[in-house]
Design a protein around this ligand. Sequence first.
Ligand code: ZN
Length: 700
Amino acid sequence: MNNSHQESSPDTQEADFGSAALSKQRKIIHFSSGETLEEEDSEEEEEESLNRAPFREPAEKTTSSKATDNLMDGQTETIHLSHGLDGSHYGATGDGRCPADSQESCDVKHMDKSEGCHNRAYQADEVHEVYENGEDENPILNQGSDANLFEGDILIPEGRNAMADKKYRWKFPIPYILGDDLDLNAKGCVHQAFEMYRLKSCVDFKPYEGEKTFIKFEKRGGCFSSVGDQQVGQILSLGSGCDHKAVIEHELLHALGFYHEQSRTDRDDYVDIWLNQVTPGLEHNFNKYNDDYITDQNTAYDYESVMHYRPFSFNKNASIPTITTKIPEFYNIIGQYLDFSKMDTLRLNRMYNCSGPLTLLDQCAFEYTNICGMIQASSDDADWVHTKSSEGEEDHTLLGTCRDAGYFMHFSTMTGKPLESALLESRTLYPKRKIQCLQFFYKMTGSSKDKLVIWVKLDDGTGTVRKMKKIHTFNADSDHTWKISHVPMEVGVKFRYAFQAVGGDPSTSTGGIYIDDISLTETRCPNTVWRIQNFSKIMETADNNTVIDSPRFYSPEGYAYGVRIIPLSSYTDYTGNYTGLYFYLVSGVNDVVMQWPAVNRQATLVVMDQDPDIKLRMSTARSLTTDMRMTSDGKLFWDNPSKVGTLDTSCDCYKSESWGWRNFIKHFDLRRRNYLKNDDLIIFIDFEDITSLSPNRSPH
Ligand SMILES: [Zn+2]
């Protein structure tokens, strides 16, 4: 979302945490009575039900990191295995970084006793599914919608148009209206989808101001859209279950002029459509079109397109697919709902003659000798070295892909004088928004006195870029692995960004400073990053009762929250197992002054695809928005956790019941692409006030 920027101070301090002690604990997870799983009448659901008991966790093994792990803005937290792989106990250590003044802890001695943290009997904990009935599992099929639809989610226009015809193409920015009937969460997700278009293409959107043509988002029965600019204003429906970044990306691709991938002229070369397995009367959903009608932008058939149907679409027999792929490897890929595929992005950019993405200012994986136009300052003592991976010194770009390949930038701190430094500057950049996020991977293996300092060099007002401003300092610590970092910036004039490596103590250093896979976007940085190491091992050894709770994080407003990951959730389908992710509030140091209940806040969880090219990343995101819903015993779910939550003795803090998605991400997907590069699962978390999107802005 781009309307409420609540950035932390960019010059955040850092501090190390002592190792957080771990506690082994068992939790009972129960469900409010009456919560049962109903089978959806579309595709894979029925098949899944054979394997899927109602989501009921008899006993959970939980590992929570201890009280000292509070993190604030720009916070990063890492979890790694510290107790071996016995499948029952995953260790968390609080070795993340945070502002030095934010080390408040959910510890009895730091808490106002009236807030909670007094001993009381441990109460049962709960996880809740955002989509109890799996509404989001295949929302584009819209079976049961009474809208005039053909092909699942395409609204039949007045006169059918051919998208090869350029008169149905949009001019940017596209005016939009968010209908008052839309769910608040859907509104937030629309903005997330807009930001993905801006990051990967030149497609832009603006609030409606009386233009003749526009897109109006409304909540009707299902998710659907017309194809192309109808030039009279058109509806894009986001019904229940459509409040999902990738679903909205899909519907907007229709609005921009794209049909489903399997309706291509040449589709029979790539997929088999089993019409005899399609529910009678729904065969039209598998129409294909001539190439004078739709355009493929001269690209190959794309099994990974976000515009492709899933195998069980419109089937009459729950266990028999209607689409199979000629290349079997793609059977589990078709119908993905992660993000645009590489080909989706390419076609979109071709159809609209984009010269480049709107919000990507710069990126570099250091794979080429020109190092993306970066320069080494001549005024300093030493230079960064463009270095090829070798055994034990792998770059981040190709990590785990091939041995001894890939390049990174390296500064050795083993030689030279103390405080010797090297400055690597970007080319000159011209910002359009006054909000940026510098994301990169770094590794510090030398002396504990080594530093990595992020600078910007600004236009001094005369057109000369020379005014230096220190943005952030990273200090070496005992963690010598590749770590991700986000540095927020607010630059409104032309500038360069720069990495300064500073050697602290050559006599004790046995390594140096590494950077790789940099991107600078004109987007907001995620509020929180939670890294879980050795995740493939966790997936292999977890059972349905394995739960990992994050440390406590704080939102920019001051709410404390956590994320729960169930590495092997009870949900399975034809692709195999899934990992579930859940969000909950935690009692925190600001609770006395916070507004309760914490409603109209959107929690967004993102599992990062660590592809070095940000345009090709297919990170998967889900959001929920807090509301006034009540628990079965009449309490507000999102009220103060010390009032409605249960005491977790591992952190001596109160946790609210958690809400999330048992089907957040497929294990099949986690094992491909770059979700587990370096075997790190990286989760971005935001919890932000979206009241401004609400038609009725008065707080409850
Ligand atoms: Zn569609």
